[in-house]
Design a protein around this ligand. Structure first.
Ligand SMILES: *[C@@H]1O[C@H](CO)[C@@H](O)[C@H](O)[C@H]1NC(C)=O
Ligand SMILES: *[C@@H]1O[C@H](CO)[C@@H](O)[C@H](O)[C@H]1NC(C)=O
Ligand SMILES: *[C@@H]1O[C@H](CO)[C@@H](O)[C@H](O)[C@H]1NC(C)=O
Ligand SMILES: *[C@@H]1O[C@H](CO)[C@@H](O)[C@H](O)[C@H]1NC(C)=O
Ligand SMILES: *[C@@H]1O[C@H](CO)[C@@H](O)[C@H](O)[C@H]1NC(C)=O
Length: 951
């Protein structure tokens, strides 16, 4: 070989070399141009700054290069980019090691070519809205971290991950769109894996025994799948394991003793499975265990005594099993218990006296067991307690004074036991108490007037005790009171007039007492459907409205009651009052119609007679017969329908809805009402689909709203119908709807107001779901259907598509109207159109998000086809991200409390309905997130969210 030849060779080699390097660098630069072209988002402007030098991109935010100028890291997580990630990234960036694309809106399927990045060590694409099937991932041989959680992958689970033997971290949580699949033995090839998260990923079949070979595992999470069979004892070989989550599966058999070999274990949750046998003693001896949750299984035997010696245990939740025997008496002495839930078992003996020794106990829940003995005095010193629920046991003795007055307690539930003694006046110290249940005990003495100082009380049930003396006047100060049950006692006073100031009261039962005196007229302003005064010694005239409300039964057993007016109802059990027989107070019937009566619906209480030409023709008897066959329960208000019809003029119009025009009408009585005039409905074809649906909705609205009474549900005063006119008369809500107040309002709603709105709407929904039989699903909860009165008190409106949940088996006659609104509709509802209460919970969760973020459910910022739920969940992974979503207009005030509500909203919008809380739970969670209560200083651990027992 001659010299020149060699030279040429060398030069060409050098040339080639530099050329190829040059190309690569250009390619790198080109890649960032491609990214800017195919993705959009404000954050990309971070790359627009001028940076001198050959490789400016090495100084871009989120980019790192190695010493040779090769890009090794691209991190644009949380940049809210939308569009498509450029294909074949590693052709341009051949040395890429780290690619973080999480929390963006990368439309379409898994970006082409990423799987060819053989040097890639970390790929994080959590919450990137990726759809479609995954390619063969085997070429990514170097991968150590793979996070593809919270996406929408379909097709088969990528078994090729079993080829990625360098993996240390694998997370696929919340990819519920995969075809069902089973964990193959091959998985155990991933012996370096430290974290394996496959929760809610459609895993079926058994957990393979070979999992015991994956001895690097620190965190193993397989919850929310369809796993069957036994828990393999081989899991006990995972000596590094700290967290084992197997809840929500169909696992059966016994809990293997071998789990007691997991000496590093901190958190064990195998709740909601079909486990049998006993709780292994070895588990309770684990030296680091903080959380032990085995609720909702079929476990038997005793709680191992070792649990009392644990120095680490914080949360013990064993409810809904078949456990027997005593609770170790030293439970809580050696560790700081935060939550203890042993409810719904067959446990007996007395309570462990030092369960609150650590001073951190928030929940003590042992309802429905066979416990005996008294409440230890020491419990009264447990000032951290939020819930104390011991109902349905065999407890006796008196209730320690301090327990009644615990400063942070929100539920005190002692019902169905054998407690005796009096209710101490310390109850006045329970400033955060919202539910007090001591029914069905042997409590004697008087109801202390101090109870009125527990001003957050919403529910009081003291029924079926031996209470005597008077009902304290002061009870009328409990303005939040919703339920007051005092029946079955020996109360002797008259009915205090002050009760009529309890505007939120739904249920009032004073039956089976020794009450005397007359029924205060003012009490009729309350909710006549839910009053029971029967079997007392009441006397004097019955307010006629009570009888009209069909409450004869609720007044029976009071021989002294009489009627002062003639009511023409033959089945009336009451004699006429001796003094006067008068028709003076004749009731009016309110009818509107032309030829005959089309529909008669009126207020039950002040039915008005139509001032029309028919008036004279109608005999009293005929009227009452007709009215009784059509009348529904409505609210008390008196007005003249002619006045209403005359006020349907343009200047009174306040809005047009989908179904009609809404007028604001000031009546001569001074009252203001909202009147909805439905579009003229009698179209050409009265049998058309549209017509039927419209009729159906109208009927639903009238029937449901007409029968509901709750402070947070809009009142429908009456319904007027003629052949060409349909009017619905509602209470007027001067502050419009929540959507306007949040997004268009002139003044900003502060957080305490928003929280109160959330809580009260939740109470309204909880009433629909849990207090009514059968329950009602609203089906169209959204901020525009939440109206606000002058004090910003919210009321749920628009029951046009509401649905009464009939008992299983009974025929559902309703047409299949698609209900709900885009952005608020639960995913399962969109697929199955099966309405459950959990659909409302979901929609309510969206409203909560609106309240916390100040955003609308759908905004351009979230990306195309993305909603607020996606946006919120993509942000809240980090504390920083959670703070970012909070409504900026509130200037960072109440940050912690808002995040607490944000967390509730996320639970409400869980994809799986079963994981959403009930409305009752939501109410309780919101009470605990009250920005105005001191107990909020006690922050809940995230674990607790799984522990709630509202049985
Ligand atoms: C770019 O980054 C390198 C190394 O990180 C640094 O030395 C250099 O000063 C940076 N250039 C500019 C213009 O910021
Ligand atoms: C992936 O990114 C998200 C958000 O940046 C982060 O919270 C998560 O921990 C990352 N996953 C891994 C496995 O590092
Ligand atoms: C693992 O890699 C080999 C070789 O590339 C391939 O043949 C095999 O199909 C891969 N396994 C899976 C489960 O994809
Ligand atoms: C993995 O586990 C299975 C079942 O426990 C066992 O038969 C097998 O020998 C193990 N393989 C290795 C490589 O340890
Ligand atoms: C694991 O637990 C079982 C049963 O409790 C026991 O027999 C075995 O010796 C333990 N193995 C180790 C390695 O500790």
């Amino acid at each position: 070989m001659g010299t020149p030849f060699l030279l040429i060779f060398l030069i060409s080699f050098l040339l080639l070399c530099s050329l190829s390097f040059q190309t690569t660098v250009d390619n790198q630069s080109h890649f960032f141009t491609l990214m800017k072209h195919s993705l959009s988002g404000k954050s990309l402007s971070r790359w627009d700054v001028f940076i001198p030098g050959e490789k400016p991109y090495c100084n871009y935010t989120g980019i790192s290069c190695n010493d040779e100028g090769y890009v090794i890291k691209v991190d644009v997580s949380g940049w809210s980019l939308s569009g498509q990630f450029p294909a074949n990234v590693c052709n341009y960036l051949p040395k890429l090691h780290i690619l973080r694309l999480s929390h963006n809106d990368l439309r379409g399927s898994f970006p082409v070519g990423i799987s060819n990045c053989s040097l890639l060590e970390e790929l994080n694409m959590t919450s990137s809205s990726i759809t479609g099937t995954l390619p063969d991932l085997s070429p990514m041989k170097s991968l150590r971290i793979l996070d593809l959680s919270y996406n929408l992958f379909t097709g088969d689970f990528p078994m090729s991950v079993t080829n990625l033997t360098n993996l240390e971290w694998l997370n696929f949580i919340e990819n519920a769109c995969f075809n069902s699949w089973q964990l193959p033995d091959d998985f155990s090839r991933l012996t370096k894996l430290r974290t394996l998260i496959l929760s809610t990923c459609m895993v079926h079949g058994r957990i393979p025994a070979s999992i015991g070979n994956m001895t690097s595992l620190v965190d193993l999470e397989l919850s929310g799948n369809f796993l069957v069979g036994q828990i393999p004892p081989e899991i006990g070989k995972l000596k590094n394991l700290r967290q084992l989550e197997l809840y929500y599966n169909q696992l059966e058999g016994e809990i293997p003793n071998e789990l007691g070999n997991l000496t590093q274990l901190i958190d064990l949750d195998i709740s909601v499975n079909r486990l049998t046998g006993t709780i292994p003693e070895s588990l309770c001896k684990l030296p680091n265990l903080r959380v032990l949750q085995l609720y909702n299984n079929s476990l038997t035997g005793e709680i191992p005594s070792a649990v009392g010696n644990s120095t680490t245990l914080n949360i013990l939740s064993l409810y809904d099993n078949f456990l027997t025997g005593k609770v170790p008496s030293n439970l809580g002495e050696s560790s700081e218990l935060v939550a203890l839930d042993l409810s719904e078992n067959r446990l007996s003996g007395s309570f462990p006296p030092n369960v609150c020794k650590g001073g951190k106990l928030l929940y003590f829940l042992v309802l429905q067991n066979l416990f005996t003995g008294g409440l230890p005095e020491s419990y009264g010193k447990c000032t951290s307690l939020l819930r104390f629920r011991v109902s349905y046991n065999r407890l006796e003795g008196s209730i320690p004074e301090d327990i009644l007055g615990l400063p942070h307690i929100s539920i005190l539930d002692l019902g169905f036991n054998c407690f005796s003694g009096a209710i101490a006046k310390t109850i006045g110290n329970a400033k955060n108490l919202s539910e007090l249940f001591i029914q069905n005990n042997r409590i004697s003495g008087v109801i202390p007037p101090q109870i009125s100082q527990a001003s957050n009380l919403v529910k009081i049930d003291l029924s079926n005790n031996l209470l005597s003396g008077a009902i304290p006047q002061e009870i009328g100060n409990l303005w939040k009171l919703n339920l007051l049950l005092l029946q079955g006692n020996k109360l002797r006073s008259s009915i205090p007039k002050s009760l009529s100031s309890l505007k939120s009261l739904n249920l009032l039962d004073l039956s089976n007492n020794l009450l005397t005196g007359s029924i205060p007229e003012s009490i009729c302003g309350l909710l006549p459907n839910s009053i029971n005064f029967s079997n007392n010694h009441l006397s004097g005239p019955v307010p006629p409205s009570l009888i009209k409300g069909g409450l004869v039964e609720s007044l029976s057993g009071n021989p002294g009651l009489c009627l002062s007016v003639y009511l023409n109802s033959s089945d009336s059990k009451f004699p006429l009052c001796p003094q006067i027989y008068t028709r003076k107070k004749l009731n009016y019937y309110w009818v509107i119609g032309t030829s005959g009566i089309v529909v008669i619906v009126g207020t039950v209480l002040f039915l008005k007679r139509l001032l029309s030409k028919e008036r004279e023709l109608m005999e009293q008897d005929e009227l009452s017969r007709l009215s009784f066959s059509h009348v529904q329960n409505f609210h008390i208000i008196s007005f003249d329908e002619r006045e209403i019809v005359e006020s349907l003029v343009d200047k009174n119009i306040v809005g047009h809805g989908g179904s009609g025009t809404v007028y604001r009408i000031e009546l001569s009585s001074g009252e203001t009402v909202a009147v909805k005039k439905l579009w003229s409905r009698k179209t050409k074809d009265p049998t058309s689909e549209d017509q039927l649906i419209q009729d159906k909705e109208l009927k639903t609205e009238v029937e449901t709203l007409g029968s509901i009474r709750h402070k947070n549900i809009v009142k429908l005063y009456c319904y007027l119908s003629s052949s060409n006119l349909n009017l619905l008369v509602y209470e007027y809500m001067p502050k419009g709807n929540l959507w306007e107040a949040l997004h268009r309002g002139r003044s900003l709603l502060d957080w305490p107001t928003r929280h109160r709105i959330a809580l009260e709407v939740a109470q309204g929904l909880a009433y629909l779901h849990h207090d009514l039989l059968p329950p009602i699903v609203h089906r169209d909860i959204k901020s525009t259907n939440i109206l606000l009165n002058a004090d910003y008190q919210p009321k749920v409106a628009d029951f046009g598509v509401a649905k009464v949940l009939l008992a299983r088996g009974s025929k559902d006659s309703s047409t299949t109207v698609i209900a709900g609104t885009y952005g608020y509709m639960a995913p399962e509802y969109a697929y199955s159109s099966k309405a459950t209460v959990k659909c409302d919970v979901y929609s309510f969760g969206v409203v909560l998000m609106e309240l916390v973020t100040g955003k609308q459910p759908i905004e351009a910022e979230f990306g195309e086809n993305k909603n607020i739920i996606y946006w919120v969940s993509s942000k809240v992974e980090t504390k920083q991200g959670a703070v970012e979503v909070l409504d900026k207009r509130l200037l960072g005030l109440f940050k912690e409390e808002m995040i607490q509500v944000l967390r509730i909203s996320i639970r409400c919008t869980c994809k799986a309905p079963s994981l959403r809380p009930t409305m009752n739970e939501v109410v309780q969670l919101l009470v605990e997130a009250d920005p105005c209560r001191s107990s909020n200083k006690i922050k809940q651990s995230s674990y607790l969210i799984k522990t709630k027992n509202d049985a």
